[in-house]
Design a protein around this ligand. Structure first.
Ligand code: PLP
Length: 387
């Protein structure tokens, strides 16, 4: 059995989540829009899940729009809002996930102007840069700002207060991608002042293919999918009841176990980084001066290629990532590291370890042992190759 250290890519389904879902894959197969009893049972289950998801991020249940995942939630926020505002400026941090970057880039074809805000060496958005960009725009122009709460690669956590204050001052609609933050740190939609927040079930031990966009009801947006009046006409399509129920249960567990999970992963995370620093002193851990998620370490070892290291570790039964899982297969260095000013050579050597609630100290011991072996082998190979 492989040692799994890639929980930011996805998490296993919690057994309790599966138990909650199973009745809705078997006997309770009703359509949540049907008026008869089986429909009402499905509707009631979706409503419970809506409350559970809302509670995880301190939102009102009526603000939850269920989607197929974080990617759809980000697309819905950006394209849905852009469709109502017609034209203006999209501003995003230089470290956003591709599910924000790509729709933002695509909206340029529809007349939207796009600005990327520089980040500092730890990958944190520089507020002065944001202020300068907003100040350069016509005061009455429409603006949409996208800043993630926690970064999927480095785990850095943005301090949203100054960002939200600037969004409010300049009248920008704020989208906060909380896909990696939810379930790992406390998240407060109501207190954040954001108009949109995206979530994903499979990052919190829920099923794949379920997520949500939390929407401030005062904000007007066009749905991506038109059809029936599902999700209060914000997202048409028959609800995936079992997946939504699973998402709800996963959210409930994430909230009730938040402090235990946080403490447990933080201890292991500290152990991992202490060993990395002492046994591989040449290691460079990205974003280490910033506040980070308690489970994520993104690091590079000089002279090593991350993809080769990843493959060798995989053969040894260790699952880690060389950056964003969504970028696997594309060998471009991480855009997050490049935005932080890391050289392409160093960025190509980066490996991400992300821990989860099932992670154990013995797994970290195996990882460190294997990593040291691989590093020795690859470095001696490189020494021979360049001799
Ligand atoms: N946003 C962030 C920060 C992510 O890490 C991911 C997935 O890796 C997504 C959005 C997309 O979520 P989903 O996989 O549910 O589409």
């Amino acid at each position: 059995m492989a040692i799994y250290l890639d929980y930011n890519a996805t998490t296993p389904l919690d057994g309790r989540v599966l138990d909650a879902m199973l009745p809705f894959l078997r006997e309770q197969f009703g359509n949540a829009s049907s008026g008869h009893q089986s429909g009402r049972i499905a509707r009631a289950a979706v409503d419970v899940a809506r409350e559970q998801v809302a509670a995880l991020v301190n939102a009102h249940p009526s603000q939850v729009v269920f989607t197929s995942g974080g990617t759809e939630a980000n697309n819905l926020a950006l394209k849905g809002r852009a469709a109502r505002l017609i034209s203006g400026y999209i501003v995003m941090s230089g470290v956003e996930h591709s599910s924000v970057r790509t729709p933002a880039i695509a909206l340029q074809k529809h007349g939207w102007m796009l600005d990327e805000i520089g980040v500092d060496a730890d990958g944190l958005l520089v507020s002065e840069n944001l202020q300068a960009i907003f100040s350069s725009m016509p005061a009455d122009s429409a603006k949409i700002l996208a800043v993630m709460l926690a970064n999927n690669e480095t785990g850095i956590i943005h301090d949203m207060a100054p960002i939200e204050a600037l969004a409010r001052e300049f009248g920008a609609t704020l989208l906060v991608d909380a896909v990696q933050a939810a379930g790992k740190i406390p998240v407060d939609f109501t207190g954040s002042g954001a108009q949109f927040m995206s979530l994903s079930a499979h990052k919190i031990y829920g099923p794949k293919g379920a997520g949500a966009l939390i929407v401030d009801k005062a904000v007007d947006m066009e749905p991506l999918l038109h059809g029936g009046g599902h999700e209060k006409a914000r997202r048409a399509g028959t609800e995936n009841v079992a997946a939504i129920v699973g998402f709800g249960k996963a959210a409930e567990l994430a909230l009730s176990e938040l402090s235990t999970r946080h403490a447990q992963t933080q201890t292991l995370h500290h152990y991992l980084e202490t060993r990395l620093r002492s046994e591989l002193p040449q290691v460079c851990i990205f974003g280490q001066q910033a506040k980070r998620l308690p489970n994520t370490s993104f690091f590079a070892l000089p002279g090593l290629d991350g993809e080769t290291l990843l493959m060798n570790l995989d053969q040894a039964g260790l699952a880690v990532s060389s950056g964003s899982a969504c970028g696997t297969g594309d060998v471009e260095p991480s855009h997050v590291l490049l935005a932080m000013g890391v050289s392409p050579e160093r960025a190509r050597g980066a490996i991400r370890v992300s821990l989860g609630k099932e992670s154990r100290r013995s797994e970290i011991d195996s990882f460190i042992g294997c990593l040291k072996q691989q590093v020795r082998a690859l470095q001696s190979f490189a020494a021979v190759a360049y001799a």
